[in-house]
Design a protein around this ligand. Structure first.
Ligand code: AHM
Ligand code: MG
Length: 334
């Protein structure tokens, strides 16, 4: 029976033996993410005061340049991760190339790489709508003692050793998995502590929510158009409800709790879709599967794709198992 008074710190210690590699290291890594997330939470929660405190590009009262929040979040996560001496490399949506981290005594012996989208859906910031951070963690494949290489980052998603997201919503939450189910922790901002609020999260096998930017409808493949019409037909538990925030973390988080499907298909303008495989789709797909759901590019499992580029895009269909299978069926008929 999960103990809802349990803090994230206690949970990490209690469950670290489940991790098949040296447990302390992964715990320190998750700890650094939880710390950076608190700092970003604090800054995001002030975003509405931007007219008072100064916008990005302005100089604040201390003479410091104000940064855009996504740049700020990127800096905070990178600095915090580097300080813990666990990662040998970091890739971020905000960085063209990956960063190598030499580690203690410049020995290049840290074992993990982290890939992240430090502030996803950041266009929502201006209108006070939830945004998120997404992260993905792998063991390096290059030899310890040498600098991280691109191969460390271009691993298929099923090789992830942990993944998760932070949603900066009405509450700030960390949701993550180390391969033993998915757990969610809610931040009590008054004391800076996360509590286990959503133990062992399970994606309902069926749902009645579909989440897609229907403004792109005319550009969707015929299979997706047919699936959307199917969602809107009156039969059984259909028509489904349409819910789309335009912030992947928030849309996925809602569907994870309530049951639903998120779609970002290819379009005639963007044949590979919009979302990034390595730091958006893979970590969300890992969580979906850990919670009993599925994630597909329309034809096969997201986590089996062998990446070829750091910023690769991929069509994305993710959520309740039976809904993703149905969407695939429509895609494959066409
Ligand atoms: P971003 O990384 O530039 O923020 O873009 C990713 C976001 C996702 O969070 C969201 O689901 C999607 O883009 C929304 O795109 P659109 O506005 O095309 O519907
Ligand atoms: Mg993004």
């Amino acid at each position: 029976m999960a103990n809802r008074n349990q803090t994230l710190g206690e949970f990490i210690i209690e469950n670290q033996t489940e991790f098949k590699y040296s447990s302390g290291e992964l715990s320190r890594l998750i700890n650094s993410i939880r710390l950076a997330a608190k700092v970003v939470h604090h800054e995001v929660s002030k975003a509405g005061l931007v007219d008072i405190l100064g916008a990005a590009g302005d100089t604040n009262i201390q003479g410091e340049d104000q940064q855009k929040l996504d740049v700020y979040a990127n800096d905070i996560f990178i600095k915090t991760l580097i300080n813990r001496e666990i990662v040998c490399g970091i890739a971020s949506e905000e960085e063209d190339d990956f960063i190598t981290v030499k580690g203690r005594n410049e020995k290049n012996d840290n074992k993990y790489v982290v890939l992240m989208d430090p502030l996803d859906g950041s266009s929502n910031i201006d209108v006070n709508v939830s945004v998120g951070t997404i992260f993905s963690i792998y063991r390096r494949v290059s030899p310890e003692g040498t600098p991280a290489t691109i191969e460390d980052f271009l691993q298929p998603g099923h090789k992830q050793v942990a993944a998760g997201y932070i949603v900066y919503g009405t509450s700030t939450m960390i949701v993550y998995s180390t391969g033993h189910g998915v757990n969610g922790f809610t931040l009590n901002p008054a004391i800076g502590t996360y509590y286990l609020s959503h133990p062992n999260m399970q994606l309902p096998e069926d749902g009645n929510i579909y989440s897609v930017n229907e403004g792109n409808y005319v550009h969707f493949p015929q299979g997706v158009k047919n699936y959307i019409k199917y969602c809107q037909q009156e039969e059984g538990n259909r028509p489904y409800t349409s819910r789309y925030i335009g912030s992947l973390v928030s849309d996925f988080h809602r569907n994870l709790i309530k049951g639903g499907i998120y779609l970002y298909p290819s379009t005639s303008k963007d044949p590979k879709g919009k979302l990034r495989l390595l730091y958006e789709c893979n970590p969300i797909a890992y969580l979906a599967e850990q919670a009993g759901g599925l994630a597909s590019d329309g034809y096969g499992r997201i986590l089996d794709i062998k990446p070829t580029e750091l910023h690769q895009r991929v069509p994305f269909y993710c959520g309740s198992k039976n809904m993703v299978l149905k969407a695939e069926e429509f895609m494959q008929k066409k």
